[in-house]
Design a protein around this ligand. Structure first.
Ligand code: PLP
Length: 419
């Protein structure tokens, strides 16, 4: 019999295989200093484009004060236990009520992490006769939620409403045959890699022809889209047709935790049946109070969202004017598509960091097809014109070098920190 660890030692996985050269630099880098558009990386100042601190709340003085005061007053332990047992508080309930109102829903439930929360919500909602119809580019947490689902699932081509309808037809036929079950459509408000909004309005319009409920993961749209910042549903004028609205606090709220909002009776069912919350300690008080403050600022300081969009437009228009392909983004998420191998991409990222002081994330094979590189830039309300202009210059210069073959290297540069 094999030692179960043997294969893990032999094969470190598609990304892990690079860890000897990459750890601490291309993977698991340590950004230091206050969260903002300039931070330190390995002792050097960088213009940072890889934090989802969309509204700049991470370092907002009022947020920092509430986080600090609540930590002093309550510590991290309170309340102890799961919400259902001993971990409930008035503040948890207040945050749920305020989130529900903000999202124009009857009720909301807090979750400790978005990833576990949405997985577990899918598990709680769907029984074995139910059918899930979902977008092909759904986030890993949705895919893992599907793995928990004992029934059928049909995938539709990314943001392809016609294909979504085809899958709804298949799902409806199956349910008719089974004489049991219902349909849950799952998609996203904004797809975090390419920045394109899910076609929520058009998918919701399919309700006129098919019976289904829809769950939207709006991790990147919450706080950044819609007139009040209520997200992609508000932006597309279909918030009322979204049955279950989900967002994490890890992006525009610059915090941790998540929530799911919807009809009271359904949220109450989830509250009493969601395993990731029933069997886990509730969010600590400083997190809840910090999130209440963030939600307040999201509503009382609309200039933060305006500034985010001003910066996003400057960055995106600047890239387009310089001939870069930024795809179909209609959110602040700014992908820059280029051609090249994994090694070239890492050499270019190193040049950007070491010689231009630009820190951004790259996405390469196997996350995307071989020969393609995506640089992913996240503008925030706290970036400055100087940050944007320096970055545009750096991208033009490094792209010219990439095209001239200057980054063709045999292997990923060895930048690992000693471990
Ligand atoms: C679309 C989407 N859903 C869910 C999550 C997971 O949220 P959390 O970080 O709160 O676990 C993320 C990533 O943070 C995300 O991008």
């Amino acid at each position: 019999m094999a030692d179960i660890f043997e294969k893990l030692v032999k094969n470190s996985g598609p990304l892990g295989q690079h860890r000897e050269r990459a750890h601490g630099y291309f993977a698991f880098p340590k950004l230091e200093g206050d969260i903002g558009s300039r931070m330190k990386f390995r002792g050097k100042e960088m213009i940072v484009w890889s934090l989802n601190n969309y509204l700049g709340l991470a370092n907002h003085p009022e947020v920092r004060k509430v986080d600090a005061d609540a930590s002093v007053k309550y510590g991290l332990a309170l309340p102890m236990g799961a919400r259902m047992m001993s971990g409930n508080s008035t503040y948890h309930e207040q945050l749920e009520a305020e989130l529900a109102t903000f999202e124009h829903k009857e009720d909301a439930i807090l979750m400790n992490y978005g990833y576990q929360g949405i997985m577990s919500a899918i598990d709680a909602i769907c029984g074995r006769h139910d059918v899930i119809v979902y977008d092909a580019e759904s986030h890993a947490c949705i895919i893992d939620g599907l793995r928990l689902h004992p029934g059928h699932r049909y995938v539709f081509k990314h943001n392809d409403v016609e294909d979504c309808e085809k899958q709804l037809q298949r799902a409806s036929q199956l349910i008719e045959k089974q004489k049991a079950g219902g349909i849950l459509v799952i998609t996203e408000g904004v797809f975090g890699m390419a920045g394109d909004q899910g076609k929520l309005k058009e998918i919701c319009d399919l309700k006129k022809k098919y019976d289904f409920r829809i769950l939207v993961d709006d991790a990147h749209g919450f706080g950044t889209l819609g007139e009040t910042g209520a997200g992609a549903g508000e932006a597309q004028n279909c918030q009322d047709e979204i049955d279950l609205y989900f967002s994490t606090f890890a992006k525009s709220m610059a915090s941790i935790g998540a929530f799911l909002a919807g009809p009271k009776v359904i949220v109450d069912f989830i509250r009493y049946n969601i395993r990731s919350q029933i069997f886990a300690k509730s969010l600590p008080m400083p997190i809840v109070l910090g999130n209440l403050k963030r939600l307040e600022l999201l509503q009382t300081e609309p200039q933060l969202k305006e500034k985010l969009w001003e910066n996003a437009r400057k960055l995106q228009n600047g890239l387009k004017e310089r001939g870069f392909d930024i795809g179909k983004t209609d959110s602040p998420v700014t992908p820059v598509y280029m051609k090249g191998g994994v090694e070239e991409a890492t050499a270019m990222v190193m040049d950007l960091r070491e010689n231009y002081g630009i820190f951004c994330s790259i996405v390469v094979y196997p996350v995307i097809p071989k020969g393609h590189i995506i640089y992913r830039l996240i503008p925030t309300a706290v970036h400055t014109d100087d940050d944007i202009n320096r970055t545009l210059e750096a991208f033009s210069e490094t792209k010219a070098k990439l095209d001239a073959g200057a980054y063709k290297v045999e292997a990923i540069p060895d930048m690992a920190e000693s471990r």
